[in-house]
Design a binder for this molecule. Structure first.
Ligand SMILES: [Zn+2]
Length: 328
């Protein structure tokens, strides 16, 4: 495993080096490019002698997240100077702004459907993917969770966002959209990266297609009945040739579907207990007649009461979609 990782890092560094060499020929002032090449060479040397990912100051390990985001990192967070820490904070603030701009409108009403969501990273950026878009009169809704956390996961989230936005516009069947997204994701990420995800498509007659790629089952509330839409495939990006299948459900006016990431169901309180899907189902059942925004608020209120101040350690996304009455 360590060997495979070294190989991947080495390949990434060599790619970067050849791109820099190319840049060297194109720029007039090449001191900065020259400096970067030296840094890449130093990193390659660290891979060769087994000290890659080791902090040069305290000899402790450097977060793998930070290494993925910047393979040239040489110091752990504790060993950064105040100036370096400030620069890092500015980078993260900017990343947070960029990610926020990728999110869909806070709530949306279209063709007999009403949707809302809550999106909250454990840190400045999140590895959850949350999207709502309308194409050809259909409402597409997506909630996903990229493996890992922090900056690296947020980069993959942005990747999924771009992929799905491009694919949805092609008017493909849902299983094809997810299949192509999975292939693209698999081909352009490290073998250890994958994403669980639910992608749904709601039409104006109440028919809803749902593809669940290894994600927590969405809850479909129909009156007093509650149905879990179980996973029908593996997470995205595990294998390049994955196939996915689609579940079809019919939603009547007043029915609600709730999607969430494990930052909700697996939130752990101060005594080490997990929030759990049972409690979640109960709170959704009690509030299912409310508008999507209010169902989400009720879930948040309940999980926060459960946590009673214990900080969240995982990214959190909740989305609710309701079929409207004709009179709504
Ligand atoms: Zn250190």
């Amino acid at each position: 495993m360590a060997k495979a990782k070294d190989f991947a890092v080495r390949k990434q560094l060599l790619d970067r080096r050849s791109r820099l060499e190319q840049a060297l020929e194109e720029v007039s002032d090449d001191t900065q490019v020259q400096h970067l090449i030296e840094e890449v060479d130093a990193a390659l040397e660290r891979v060769a002698n087994g000290t890659y990912g080791v902090c040069e100051s305290c000899r402790g390990g450097i977060d793998s997240d930070r290494l993925i985001a910047d393979p040239l990192v040489r110091f752990c967070l504790d060993c950064l100077t105040p100036e370096q820490q400030r620069a890092l904070q500015e980078d993260l603030d900017l990343a947070n702004q960029i990610q926020t701009a990728l999110l869909p409108e806070k709530s949306l009403q279209a063709d007999g459907w009403e949707a809302a969501y809550h999106y909250e990273g454990a840190g400045p950026v999140s590895g959850d993917y949350c999207d709502l878009l309308i194409a050809d009169g259909d409402l597409y809704f997506i909630v996903g969770d990229v493996s890992g956390k922090g900056v690296a996961a947020s980069m993959l989230m942005a990747h999924l966002h771009a992929t799905f936005r491009a694919l949805v516009s092609l008017d493909l069947p849902l299983d094809q959209i997810v299949e192509r997204a999975s292939r693209t994701f698999c081909e352009s990420t490290l073998p250890t990266h994958f994403a669980t995800l639910v992608c749904g498509k709601a039409g104006d007659t109440g028919g809803v297609d749902v593809c669940n790629a290894g994600h927590n089952p969405p809850l479909l509330v129909q009156g007093s009945k509650m149905v879990n839409i179980e996973a029908t495939g593996l997470p995205l990006g595990m294998f390049c040739e994955e196939r996915f299948s689609v579940s079809q459900v019919r939603m009547n006016p007043g029915d609600t579907i709730l999607l969430y990431t494990d930052g909700l169901s697996e939130a752990v309180n101060g005594s080490g207990r997990e929030y759990g899907t049972k409690r979640l189902c109960e709170i959704v059942r009690q509030n299912c007649l409310l508008a999507p925004k209010e169902v989400i608020s009720a879930c948040l209120k309940d999980v926060n009461a459960f946590l009673s101040g214990t900080p969240r350690t995982d990214d959190l996304t909740i989305m609710a979609i309701r079929r409207l009455d004709h009179g709504d």
